[in-house]
Design a binder for this molecule. Structure first.
Ligand SMILES: Cc1cc2nc3c(=O)[nH]c(=O)nc-3n(C[C@H](O)[C@H](O)[C@H](O)COP(=O)(O)OP(=O)(O)OC[C@H]3O[C@@H](n4cnc5c(N)ncnc54)[C@H](O)[C@@H]3O)c2cc1C
Length: 396
């Protein structure tokens, strides 16, 4: 595996770095580092403005083909963009679900009319999306979706409840997995619908989280309506589309995510040096271990990508996506625990009424890392059954 970057890629890295340095100034200067894990509510309007500024300069949907409004970057250049973005400390973008999940899904499965209607607004960050998959009885077991939709003339009518819907309170649209064939079971008879949030039949109720924020919501649909042609893929064949979308999760942004992790770890090391806990050999050992594990994750991600670039498989193939998720989620959760060990008694106190510092938020929010995007247990099941070929677990 050759991990040296070509002169073109190095020039591209310099271009991204220079652009970010030049533009993370003025009104955007104070946004550095905002909006990270468990801090999605931080400076939301300002981060939306920054996201639109990126878009106006062609730094939105950088991996999409140019005919769909993207920048058409190669896989390595996308990695470089995400690494430099994280390295610069630029704030977390608000358009993740549209840019990384729905957009690629519409490019793969959508009609030309759907692509024309929605993709330009995702690129320009004019319309924000949320993901309506999970329900009270359908999380890991997504095929148990009970939300229903029926055709009424030229419209779908949607009834049911979604839960844990990240950013629904800020989103304009929701992609909803709903049962459209009465009496159907499991993954048959589901459809993938695009539903506007701002309408009478949709009620978004924020859920207050441990971190004090409300990053996710319950979403109730009671007679919500959407046009008959806003079904992606064939009606009744939504499972294929829903699973296709999950295949776009993570991918090339993994290496950028790891640069973000490295910045967090540096922050924990700085706190340890400052408050004296760095003198504790057990703390030093844990910090070193975290550093080593992060480096192993990086090399593993590079290996997966170089296989993909060489055309010998996909970066998420062969279980790489499940292994990657398992490893980073546990690593990040342990970083939260380490941050609290380093903070010592200060980690236990908050300013009234409930003003958590970034390390306390990291500690609390990273509990969710091993749950969303497929829990640890589900990743292990995938690896056992689909990669190692072990017998399937009994299902009721
Ligand atoms: C921060 C956060 C953001 C989220 N954002 C969204 C979003 O935007 N849109 C959305 O649709 N969903 C979202 N989710 C929901 C997320 O996808 C689900 O929480 C996840 O799929 C787990 O489902 P569940 O919570 O219903 O738990 P359950 O599926 O009920 O699982 C409970 C426990 O049982 C274990 N378990 C379940 N089945 C098995 C099995 N077969 N074998 C072994 N163990 C098993 C699980 O691992 C878990 O530990 C979000 C969740 C979080 C935490």
């Amino acid at each position: 595996m050759d991990l040296t970057y070509s002169p073109e890629d190095q020039a591209f890295r310099a271009e991204v770095r220079d652009w970010l340095e030049e533009h993370l100034t003025g009104e955007f200067a104070d946004l550095r580092g905002l909006g990270g894990s468990g801090r999605e509510d931080e400076a939301y309007a300002e981060r939306l403005g920054w996201n639109r500024h990126l878009a106006a300069h062609g730094w939105s949907c950088v991996g999409w083909p140019t005919e769909h409004g993207g920048r058409g970057l190669s896989l390595w250049q996308q990695v470089i963009f995400h690494e430099e973005y994280a390295r610069s400390g630029a704030p977390t973008r608000v358009n993740h679900l549209g840019e990384e999940l729905l957009g690629p899904t519409l490019i793969a499965f959508g009609t030309p009319e759907q692509q024309e209607r929605f993709l330009p607004r995702i690129v320009a960050v004019e319309e924000l999306w949320c993901q309506g998959y999970s329900e009270p009885g359908a999380g890991s077991d997504l095929a148990n979706v009970q939300t229903k939709a029926r055709l009424d003339g030229e419209e779908w009518v949607v009834d049911g409840q979604k839960v844990w819907t990240s950013n629904a309170h800020e989103a304009d649209w929701c992609f909803v997995v709903a049962r459209t064939e009465p009496g159907s079971e499991r993954h048959r008879g589901l459809s993938f619908l695009l539903v506007r949030i701002d309408q009478d039949g949709v009620d978004v109720r924020p859920i207050e989280q441990l971190t004090g924020g409300s990053e996710f919501n319950e979403v109730f649909f009671s007679g919500a309506r959407t046009s008959a042609d806003l079904v992606v893929g064939e009606p009744g064949d939504g499972w294929k589309v829903a699973m296709g979308l999950l295949g776009f999760e993570r991918g090339v942004s993994t290496l950028g995510q790891q640069v973000g992790f490295a910045r967090e770890l540096d922050g924990v090391v700085a706190m340890a040096r400052e408050n004296g806990s760095f003198d504790d050999p057990v703390i030093r050992d844990r910090l070193a271990q975290a550093k080593v594990e992060l480096e192993v994750m990086r090399v593993n991600a590079l290996r997966g990508l170089s296989v993909a670039v060489a055309g010998e498989g996909s970066s998420s193939g062969g279980g790489a996506a499940s292994i990657g998720k398992l490893v980073w989620a546990s690593w990040h959760r342990q970083l939260g625990e380490l941050a609290m060990a380093v903070a010592g008694p200060d980690g236990l106190t908050v300013e009234p009424p409930y003003a958590l510092d970034p390390w306390q938020r990291l500690f609390l929010f990273s509990r969710a890392d091993t749950i969303y995007g497929g829990s640890d247990e589900i990743q292990r099941n995938i690896l056992a059954e689909r990669v190692l070929g072990l017998p399937k677990e009994p299902r009721g």
